[in-house]
Ligand binder design. Structure first.
Ligand SMILES: CC(C)(COP(=O)(O)OP(=O)(O)OC[C@H]1O[C@@H](n2cnc3c(N)ncnc32)[C@H](O)[C@@H]1O)[C@@H](O)C(=O)NCCC(=O)NCCS
Ligand SMILES: Nc1ncnc2c1ncn2[C@@H]1O[C@H](COP(=O)(O)OP(=O)(O)OP(=O)(O)O)[C@@H](O)[C@H]1O
Length: 194
């Protein structure tokens, strides 16, 4: 049976840190929902055209690509608009995952920030949640993305609370301490469910 790890967590809780380690230390193939979601809105794609029709040409940059900051301002502050955008993009992301799973080797890792929210748990055989306290999450998010407190809080609030995600995990990776401490838990998690 294939082993398909669904790696999730809250925004900026440490998913990419874990995924990079799984790729470099264990040579595991990584498939990332955020990258597929970017492909979905490539210049001239039908999905980007639909977005431009709804929000006007101002949602595009001079080179016709998506103005991600503007779309973020809309969807992280308005649940109805977020659902509208997600209904366009998530089926595309799911389809790309399905193809990756069919073509993939024995063990693969799907990095899916919205694994629960977008109902993609059926794609994976085990769920890992990278978790940290909201204060840490806020600090890391504000620093990495250069966001104000309000902007960072809006993004966090648009996701399922991390405690709920942790309650539904097979493995919870605690990322309140150092990166080394996080990666040691990854070593154990890989062994535990083998
Ligand atoms: C709004 C957009 C343009 C902002 O782009 P930006 O470059 O600032 O962020 P990026 O795409 O790298 O996402 C960063 C993180 O934001 C969070 N996030 C993204 N979309 C959502 C969403 N719809 N709901 C909650 N959190 C989200 C995730 O934790 C993600 O890892 C972009 O996030 C987007 O297109 N979102 C809708 C598609 C989606 O749901 N993507 C999630 C993966 S399926
Ligand atoms: N244990 C840690 N100690 C200090 N900084 C950390 C730790 N873990 C992660 N970070 C930093 O926090 C930020 C978020 O981590 P990372 O990018 O791995 O999160 P993510 O869950 O993949 O984020 P996103 O949902 O936005 O894709 C990064 O700048 C990362 O370097």
């Amino acid at each position: 049976m294939k082993r398909i790890i669904g790696l999730t967590g809250g925004i900026a809780t440490g998913k990419s840190t874990v995924a990079n380690y799984l790729a470099t230390a264990y040579n595991l193939p990584i498939f990332d929902a955020d990258i597929y979601a970017r492909d979905a809105v490539a210049v001239d794609s039908p999905i980007l055209q639909a977005i431009a029709q709804r929000y006007g040409e101002q949602i595009l940059l001079a080179d016709k690509s998506l103005n991600r900051i503007k779309l973020g301002e809309i969807i992280f502050n308005n649940q109805a608009e977020r659902s509208w955008v997600e209904n366009l993009i998530h089926p595309y992301v799911r389809d790309r995952f399905l193809r990756a799973i069919t073509e993939g080797l024995k063990t693969l890792v799907l990095v899916v920030p919205l694994l629960f929210e977008a109902e993609m748990t059926d794609l994976v055989t085990e769920i890992w949640v990278v978790s940290c306290l909201e204060q840490q999450q806020l600090a890391r998010l504000m620093q990495r993305n250069n966001l104000t407190l309000e902007q960072a809080q809006a993004r966090i609030k648009s996701q399922m609370p991390i405690t709920e995600k942790a309650a539904r995990a097979d493995i919870v990776l605690d990322n309140n301490s150092t990166e080394d401490a996080l990666l040691k838990q990854v070593d154990l998690a890989l062994l535990r469910l083998e």
